[in-house]
Design a protein around this ligand. Structure first.
Ligand code: NG1
Ligand code: MG
Length: 557
């Protein structure tokens, strides 16, 4: 599962189904998509790209602080069938003939057909002797970040492929043949949108892969000896950059889980000093059940008062803590909490910290050191008592207002009267610690007798603590998620918590294997929004999951 491994490109169904680790359900969806593509576009697809969603078991909102997280890919996924489009005269001639023009359709009828083409950004300048000079500045693709649009994620993946593989200079030379091909594509997805199962990252990863494949930038193993093969690490990096174009400054958990998973285990993903993923075998007796609160959290739209605000609170807090600890931070450096801990540990431990050392440091730092993030005077409401104003925050950072704005605010929009540096830091350190404990319990359970359910109990408690921390300290839960996790515990779960960014979306609960059916029934009877759902609709909103394999491409031959 190393970041250097290549993205699998399968050319036979046998390899594909072997790679996916399951058969029938998948086979039906893949077939149906290929047939629909042929019906709509009049020819077979050339490729189908697949990327799974993920459920985060523990480690919420700490990936952008560069602490390790513990998700697993789920079987629900995004599939994109695509093929280069032969250019023929048609009513859509404008997109048809534009280099790299795309016609994108979605099997789900509520997502309408889209056509778009990348434009070459040019700048005109006059030379001293009065001649016009044209500079090509790169590609432009209009991505709407103000409202949630399905094609934005397709465009985000495309943008990355354009900027990495079609350097702007050659965009000028459209005639030279070095431009992207026109593409038809058809998308289908089984990851519920806006639910914390990372449909967005699955879309971006699948779209990145589809555009790479259709432009001949991915090679299968047969041609691998000569061509460049994309590594999993490279795809994660590209997909992270791409997703930021939709307006959310996410960490790398979702993309890494979608790309690097395998079907036998969850993943412990670390980002520092480099991206790594290690398999974590889960105790066999229990099952993770996802339940959708049915509150849709539109992350791209609410980012300035929620997600992106948390990113800023977390990064600024890290600088202030570093300063209090006497750690050197470059003026323009956006140091993270993980790096602060590393540098605090001293030269020897700067990069790779052994889990045991990290655990010790986290308990220590979680207590006294982070008090520096509290405001000086204690007046007003609790929020005011613990939060700091923008001016206070800038002063605590030791930076001038100009530099502060440039480093922390020029790339995101945020909106708040009080910045909760202290509470967010408390959550980050506690949660990072719980991830290490969770992993430790799983490792120890492997060697144990497995007769009792002690490991499941321990994991459950860690999940509950995580939920409390998300609710009280990170303030990313909501009343419905709180209710659903409470009902889960009353219905026999070992532990239950929100998963993903929060403010809506899904919960994940650890449930004894033999009680899953009963558990689901009890939640259906007690969670208000589920009461009138028929069984088909119910299985869309509450379902057991197991680990799935990561992103791949199937090439039609
Ligand atoms: P979701 O809610 O699945 O989009 C987001 C971030 C993650 C991580 C979690 C919180 C994106 C693409 N992903 O996940 O990187 O920070 O929130 O742990 O924004
Ligand atoms: Mg997302």
């Amino acid at each position: 599962m190393a970041a250097e491994e290549h993205i699998p490109v399968y050319t036979t169904l046998q390899d594909l189904y072997g790679g996916l680790g399951t058969s029938l359900d998948h086979a039906l969806r893949w077939n149906n998509l290929a047939e629909e593509f042929e019906k709509r576009f009049g020819r077979e697809p050339a490729y189908i790209a697949r990327a799974p969603g993920r459920v985060n078991l523990i480690g919420e909102h700490i990936d952008y602080a560069l602490f390790g997280v513990l998700p697993m890919a789920v079987e629900r996924d995004i599939l994109i069938a695509c093929a280069p489009r032969p250019v023929v005269a048609s009513p859509d001639a404008e997109v048809q003939h534009a280099p790299g023009g795309v016609i994108a359709e979605n099997l789900h009828s509520k997502y309408t057909r889209q056509m778009f083409a990348p434009e070459v950004k040019k700048k005109y300048e006059q030379t001293e002797v009065g001649e016009d000079q044209v500079h090509v500045e790169g590609w432009h693709l209009d991505i709407n970040t103000k409202e949630l649009r399905w094609e934005s994620y397709v465009k985000a993946g495309y943008y990355g492929v354009l900027s990495h593989y079609f350097p702007s200079a050659s965009a000028n030379a459209v005639e030279s043949g070095k431009h992207p091909v026109p593409v038809d594509l058809l998308v289908t997805g089984s990851v519920p949108a806006g639910s914390g199962l990372s449909s967005s990252a699955a879309m971006v990863v699948a779209s990145t892969l589809a555009f790479l494949a259709v432009n001949g930038k991915l090679s299968d193993s047969a041609t691998a000896a000569t061509d460049h093969q994309l590594s999993k690490g490279e795809l994660v990096k590209m997909s992270m950059e791409n997703e930021k174009r939709v307006g959310v400054n996410s960490g790398g958990m979702d993309q890494a889980a979608s790309v690097m998973s395998d079907s036998s285990s969850a993943l412990y993903i670390t980002f520092y000093p480099t991206l790594k993923a290690a398999p974590v075998r889960l105790p066999p007796g229990a099952v993770f059940v996802c339940a959708n609160s049915l509150v849709v959290s539109d992350k791209a739209v609410t980012a300035k008062s929620r997600y992106n605000l948390r990113v800023v609170e977390t990064l600024v807090g890290a600088r202030i803590l570093a300063r209090a600890l006497g750690i050197q931070v470059g003026e323009k450096e956006k140091i993270t909490y993980r790096e602060v801990v590393g540098r605090f540990a001293g030269e020897k431990h700067r990069e790779e910290l052994d889990a045991a050392v990290l655990m010790q440091l986290l308990t220590r730092m979680g207590d006294e050191e982070i008090d520096v993030l509290k405001p000086k005077g204690l007046t007003g409401s609790l929020d005011e008592q613990l939060g700091v104003t923008m001016d206070e925050m800038i002063e605590m950072s030791g930076l001038s207002k100009e530099v502060f704005n440039e480093v922390y605010l020029s790339w995101v929009e945020v909106e708040a009267n009080h910045f909760q540096l202290y509470k967010r830091a408390k959550h980050v350190f506690g949660e990072a610690f719980r991830v290490l404990q969770f992993r430790q319990v799983c490792i120890e359970a492997m060697g144990g007798s497995g007769i009792d359910d002690a490991a499941e109990q321990e994991i459950g408690t860690l999940m509950n603590d995580s939920q409390d921390s998300c609710n009280e300290l990170f303030e990313c839960s909501c009343p419905e998620l709180n209710e659903l996790t409470r009902l889960a515990l009353e219905s026999g779960a070992y532990g239950s918590r929100l998963t993903g960014a929060g403010w809506g979306g899904c919960t994940v609960s650890l449930v004894p294997g033999e009680q899953v059916g009963r558990f689901i029934k009890r939640i259906r009877d007690s969670y208000g929004p589920y009461k009138d759902l028929e069984s088909d609709a119910l299985s869309e909103v509450i379902f057991a999951t197991r680990p799935s394999s990561g992103a791949c491409v199937y090439k039609f031959e």
